[in-house]
Design a protein around this ligand. Structure first.
Ligand code: NUP
Length: 292
């Protein structure tokens, strides 16, 4: 059942499907800022999702914000241009976005962002972590190169995040904020502060946060803080996390690198991740959307 509810924080509305609210995006920013991910659930029929979209999200019709469908994001950490384009093309039918970071951009130049952007939503994982002015300059270059979303760190503070958000708004792009990273070293300094960083992200008008698939219980804890904001989780496959546990804990999408681009058949691997995500989402919905 679908119903429409008045917006929680901003002026606007959210479309809800009973029992599956977590995968729906509220408008958590003042309209008409087009810097959020598609608020409509992947599970609604195209017509059902199209109508409220026109009625309540007219700005989304004119921006390129990421649309969540499979819930799979490719981390394209290869350093060879033709291999990068080849892997991206192979997995394209199964992914929502291509995440590029320093390995690819430092080896191929920012032109690779524009090349990938011709056929994919490109999320720049530059983990921007500087003073506001430098953050603004980095974000500006990423969006000018063709990125539609950018990842920044929370720890430099409110003003540094705000600078990225301000730049993203100009381009109709998304900002995702790192809270707790997926590797073991994140337990040293990040984990103890992750809740605070998630709260800061919540207050900063961003599209969502990055939380560790390697520690699903942390995804669950951070979900409790960020409400309906987007959660994207890296750490699946090579780092030991699983797609189903991350989704059941409340992630909206997962990021996978090596297990896709090093797979003998990246398309087949992507298809399997995508099926695993779909199954986990169904189980999640059957349980009343309460997670594991
Ligand atoms: O906490 C994080 N963990 C992480 O692995 C935040 C990230 N952005 N990433 C990125 O996700 C990492 O830089 C890499 O691009 C990808 C995971 O790749 P893989 O471990 O699946 O190969």
């Amino acid at each position: 059942m679908i119903h429409i509810e008045k917006g929680v924080k901003g002026i606007g509305y959210r479309v809800m499907e009973t029992g599956f609210e977590r995968h729906l995006r509220p408008i958590s920013y003042p309209m008409p800022v087009p810097n959020t991910l598609n608020p409509l659930p992947y599970s609604l029929s195209p017509i059902a999702s199209f109508l409220p979209k026109i009625l309540f999200y007219p700005h989304i019709m004119t921006c390129d914000a990421m649309k969540l469908s499979s819930g799979l994001v490719l981390a394209l950490d290869v350093t060879d241009r033709s291999r990068a384009l080849d892997v991206a093309a192979r997995v394209a039918p199964h992914i929502d976005a291509v995440k590029v970071g320093y390995p690819l951009v430092l080896s191929c130049g920012t032109g690779i962002i524009g090349e990938l952007a011709k056929s994919s939503y490109v999320l720049c994982d530059f983990k921007v972590a500087d003073i506001p002015n430098t953050n603004r300059l980095i974000a500006s270059e990423a969006f000018k190169a063709g990125a539609k979303g950018i990842i920044c760190h929370a720890f430099p503070g409110r003003d540094s995040i705000a600078a990225v958000v301000e730049e993203a708004k100009k381009h109709g792009g998304d900002v995702l904020v790192v809270t707790e990273m997926s590797h073991p070293g994140a337990l040293d300094f990040m984990a103890p502060k992750a809740e605070q960083m998630a709260r800061l992200a919540s207050d900063s008008n961003v599209s969502g946060i990055i939380a560790p698939a390697t520690r699903p219980e942390r995804v669950k804890a951070l979900r409790a803080i960020v409400g309906d904001m987007l959660i994207i989780s890296p750490g699946v496959g090579a780092q030991g996390g699983t797609a189903s546990r991350a989704i059941s804990a409340g992630a909206d999408a997962i990021i996978v690198g090596r297990s896709l681009y090093e797979a003998p058949d990246p398309a087949e691997a992507a298809s399997m991740f995508s099926s695993e995500i779909a199954e986990a989402r169904n189980a999640f919905r059957d349980k009343g959307g309460k997670g594991s």
